[in-house]
Ligand binder design. Structure first.
Ligand code: MV4
Length: 669
């Protein structure tokens, strides 16, 4: 086994790899960019070396620097994590040339799976099921249309060099084929510099089911069952689970064996994932193979009682796989939710900033769980590279944490996930925690009615209109504001005198605004506390206790508990599993401010202009898309804040813009 490894990554996966290395007594070397000098992954490794400026192209992707760092520190092997250099065959080759072990598959296997159409041809010869279609070299338009006619509509055109959903066209009828082919080829040449396409039968409401495989250098190859990753948003996974709901033992075995056949066909070694697209009837077809450890590997670890990073290290060190196929089994059910710094209400726009407060549900540090028949694994696991006080920068993926739960069955896991999300407290940036909670509690997800269109189809239920803040949260916010005032003499603030009198009674009036509008809370001093009035409701309220940010109130006969965190004029209330954000102050002054902000056409974050959808002098309606920016790997449409005229376009396609700059001159009508 290695004595020292270098981890060529950052964030949660670097921390995850370091945790296993530490458990096995292996020393770790971190590498970091200028933006990450104070990052958690640097803190959890034994040594760390700087490798360049913040942009990944100048740091985490600079493999000669990383190899130098490994040689300089005496590391024997490099773990690439996922993303960055994990599926870069040149990097794998360079490691070998430098006498370092690349903890991953052979470069030849990365190459074989890199091209979609070549991989499909290889899989066909290995008897791995493929979606009915044509993936050959003949690109003649009439020939391809003939293929589509033979397959039967609808068909899907895909760029051979594509991935992640780019360059795909659904064709419903033979008459539409030619136009769709042209448009698909145009996008393919622009995006990938290669206009070859393949034609496939288009599957309706498919599921994304992937198989974890593992191979060693002694000819052993096993599958560690499936993960269902159907719940995605624009080809980004949101929720993952293992095992896949509704999977029969027979189908599980045939998918597992197909995945092992796929791995064997490319001489695979190490951790890999074979992705299948599955019909609702259970038939499944090979999509692609990911030649790395995946983000969602923890759900597999939870149900199999394995530590897949330990397996990677053992295999890379030349040891045989720790378990044979007949020694593996499934124990319980695991779910993973990806917690992101993003704003679901604003089209999932990534949110940049500092995590001012972070409270997580009680979770075990990562320990590989025990297998079937032994003790249950931890109920909640959190893999994260972000701590309170850390910044989410525009340079890297905005994932804050992976929340992984285990239950004896899916329902138990679901209940735990819902509870764990309710206990998350994050302040400082927008997050998807509330969205995830609505998603896991939604009817289709609860009954495992899964397919890749779930989020889109249930958009209305997943994005309910903003509701006025309920009385308990208002009472907590009011309590915290009054309690925080500090009263001369240090007595009970609730008995304080900082108010005014109306008809002889002491009255305090607090103005709040939330997404639904503004609310005024009136507190009237009573002998035994206060009477609270807001939104036409009235209740008596008394402070029962306070511990740091946690307040306990009596609201009429009920006990209400919650955490209140102030961030300037913003008051965050965490109660009843919800996070309510209130602005405190003059509601009218605030409304003016928000309007002014919406009227400026500025870059919400640093990024690149990818499309201009308007021109100088154009008269547009409110909401008309004006330009598209790409930032943090996502596209953001900038829309007209009101009806008006585009007076000047200030940037061209391809321009890099920094946060806050004005993008165009616009005059509201
Ligand atoms: C498909 C498909 C339906 N029919 N192929 C999207 C990304 C790429 N890896 C494959 N994708 C799809 N291929 C056929 N023949 C539907 C999708 C698809 C999808 C697949 C997996 C996970 C999420 C998806 C979301 C939309 C579409």
């Amino acid at each position: 086994m290695f004595q020292k490894i270098l981890i060529a990554n950052r964030g949660e996966i670097a921390c995850r790899v370091a945790a296993t290395a530490r458990r096995l007594g292996i020393k770790t070397v971190a590498v970091y960019s200028d933006a990450d000098a104070g990052a958690k992954h640097v803190a959890v490794c034994d040594e760390a070396l700087a490798i360049g400026p913040a942009p990944s192209k100048e740091s985490y992707l600079r493999y000669e620097k990383i190899i130098q760092a490994a040689l300089a520190t005496g590391a024997q092997a490099i773990h690439p994590g996922y993303g960055f250099l994990s599926e870069n065959e040149e990097f794998a080759d360079s490691c070998a040339r430098a006498g370092l072990v690349f903890i991953g598959p052979p470069a030849s296997a990365i190459r074989a799976m890199g091209s979609k159409s070549a991989a499909k041809a290889l899989m066909e010869s290995a008897d791995v099921p493929l979606v009915p279609g044509y993936h050959g070299e003949n690109q003649d338009a009439d020939f391809l249309r003939g293929q589509a006619d033979a397959i039967g509509y609808p068909v899907l055109l895909k760029a051979s060099a594509g991935g992640g959903g780019k360059g795909m066209r659904i064709v419903e009828r033979s008459e539409d084929f030619e136009a769709a082919l042209k448009s698909c080829k145009r996008e393919a040449i622009n995006s990938f510099g290669d206009d070859r396409v393949l034609v496939e039968k288009y599957l309706i409401r498919p599921r994304h089911i992937e198989i974890q495989v593992f191979a060693d250098t002694h000819g052993n190859c096993v599958y560690l069952y499936e993960r269902d990753c159907s719940v995605q948003r624009r080809h980004q996974k949101v929720l993952e689970e293992a095992p896949a709901p509704g999977m029969s033992e027979t189908r599980r075995r045939s998918m597992g064996q197909a995945a092992v056949a796929a791995a064997r066909a490319v001489g695979y070694v190490g951790a890999g994932t074979v992705e299948f697209i599955a019909n609702q009837d259970g038939s499944f077809y090979f999509m692609e193979m990911n030649t790395r450890l995946q983000v969602e590997h923890p759900v597999t670890e939870m149900i199999t009682g394995t530590d897949l990073v330990e397996w990677q290290l053992r295999v890379a060190a030349g040891e045989p796989l720790p378990l044979r196929q007949d020694e593996l089994s499934i124990h319980g059910h695991a779910l993973e939710a990806r917690i992101y710094a993003e704003n679901p209400e604003k089209g999932f726009l990534p949110s940049i900033g500092t995590v001012r407060r972070l409270r997580t549900p009680a979770a075990a540090h990562f320990e590989p769980g025990a297998g079937a028949g032994a003790a249950d694994p931890a109920a909640v696991r959190i893999d994260s590279g972000v701590r309170e006080g850390d910044a989410i920068s525009p340079f890297y993926d905005p994932m804050i944490a992976k929340l992984i739960v285990w239950g004896r069955d899916r329902d138990e896991a679901l209940a735990r996930m819902s509870q764990a999300l309710a206990e998350y407290q994050l302040v400082g940036l927008a997050t998807n925690v509330a969205f995830l909670k609505r998603l896991v509690e939604s009817a289709p997800y609860s009954r495992a009615d899964l397919d890749t269109g779930l989020i889109e189809r249930h958009r209305d239920a997943l994005f309910p209109p903003a509701q006025a803040t309920a009385l308990p949260a208002l009472a907590l916010a009011a309590a915290a504001l009054l309690d925080g005032e500090g009263h001369p003499g240090g007595g009970d603030p609730w008995a304080g005198t900082g108010g005014w009198r109306m008809n002889g009674t002491l009255v305090r009036r607090l103005a709040f605004s939330d997404e639904a509008g503004s609310q005024v809370v009136e507190l009237g001093y009573q002998r035994q506390g206060w009477s609270l009035q807001a939104g036409g409701q009235r209740a008596s309220v008394a402070l029962v206790g306070r511990e740091d940010t946690q307040f306990t109130l009596r609201l009429d006969d009920a006990v209400v508990r919650g955490n209140v965190v102030r961030e300037g004029e913003t008051v965050h209330v965490f109660t009843g599993g919800r996070h309510v954000t209130l602005h405190h102050g003059d509601p009218l002054a605030h409304a003016g401010e928000l309007e002014a902000e919406g009227g400026r056409l500025t870059a919400p974050m640093p990024g690149k202009i990818v499309a201009l959808l308007t021109e100088k002098g154009a008269v547009v309606e409110k909401g008309a898309p004006l330009l598209i920016m790409e930032a943090m790997k996502m596209e953001h449409t900038i829309a007209a804040p009101a009806g008006g005229t585009v007076e000047e376009l200030l940037y061209a396609v391809g321009d890099q813009v920094s946060e806050g700059v004005q993008l165009l001159a616009f005059k509201a009508a």
